[in-house]
Design a protein around this ligand. Structure first.
Ligand code: MG
Length: 261
């Protein structure tokens, strides 16, 4: 597999549909550049994210992987960097938070753009909307907003309308599992992966990205464009991933083969 940068028309844009089941991935390779989504991928979606046990297991797993792959591992999440860090402490590895908007590099530097000019208006519209409906939660990440409707799934359409009303300028909408994110369109897990691939310790390796939902598709596409592979974790759906693992437990099991590599 080559290590070329992405270019338009790449076969990576091929979308697999559910009628063609994806095979399990090849054995994990310590020479790959490793990129993971967190929720629904490394930990169960239903897991209480702040639970000490989950956090302990996650940091232990990542510490092992980090050692096995020579430090070439990063997390690409919708969570903020500070939230991710509290989850994996004391481990310090490269991170991309808020779907690629903010990044912490291997040397510890944090790159974060100023909030988009349209963010203030979006915040005002969505705060008012959440105030009118029980069961919704607006998470303010500064550079992005997340409208959670897990406690009120019947409000999905109303939430979609509200976020579409709220975006302007460079802002766009990203749909996740029971959440709509309002964020600058120019950033994604794909742009984060590409930026990491241009720097040590990722540069020159073949990227692998593991994720579970719609917000991970940009990451799958970027991994493929860099000559690497996307691995969907969880139930099949139309995806740009090339391989699939059954669930979070299957991913953990698959990773144990790293120690045998
Ligand atoms: Mg996820």
């Amino acid at each position: 597999m080559g290590r070329r940068p992405p270019h338009p028309g790449d076969k990576s844009s091929v979308m697999h549909d559910v009628a063609m089941p994806l095979s399990p991935p090849p054995a994990p390779d310590p020479h790959w550049a490793w990129f993971f989504d967190i929720d629904g991928t490394l930990i169960e979606l239903e897991a209480e994210p702040s639970a000490l046990r989950v956090s302990h297991q996650l940091s232990e797993l990542l510490e092992t992987v980090h050692r096995q792959v020579g430090g070439a591992v990063a997390l690409l999440s919708g969570r903020t960097i500070s939230n991710i860090q509290s989850l994996i402490a004391p481990l310090e590895i490269p991170l991309a938070g808020c779907h690629g908007i903010e990044r912490r590099l291997a040397d510890g530097r944090v790159l974060r753009p100023a909030p988009s000019p349209g963010m203030r208006r979006a915040r005002r519209i969505l705060t008012a909307f959440v105030g009118r409906h029980a069961g919704l939660r607006l998470e303010d990440k500064g550079v992005a907003l997340a409208l959670h409707y897990r406690q009120a799934p019947h409000l999905e359409t109303a939430c979609r309308d509200a976020v579409e009303r709220a975006v302007s300028g460079d802002l766009g909408v990203l749909a996740g599992k029971m959440v709509f994110e309002v964020k600058p369109r120019d950033f994604s897990k794909g742009t984060a992966l590409a930026s990491f691939m241009a720097t040590a310790p990722f540069h020159g390796r073949i990227p692998v990205f593991l994720g579970d939902d719609q917000t991970d598709e940009d990451g799958f596409e970027a991994a493929a464009a860099w000559g690497g592979l996307g691995i969907l974790v969880g139930p099949s759906h139309p995806t740009k991933a090339m391989f699939r693992l059954e669930d979070v437990a299957a991913l953990h099991l698959w990773l144990t083969d790293l120690s045998a590599a």
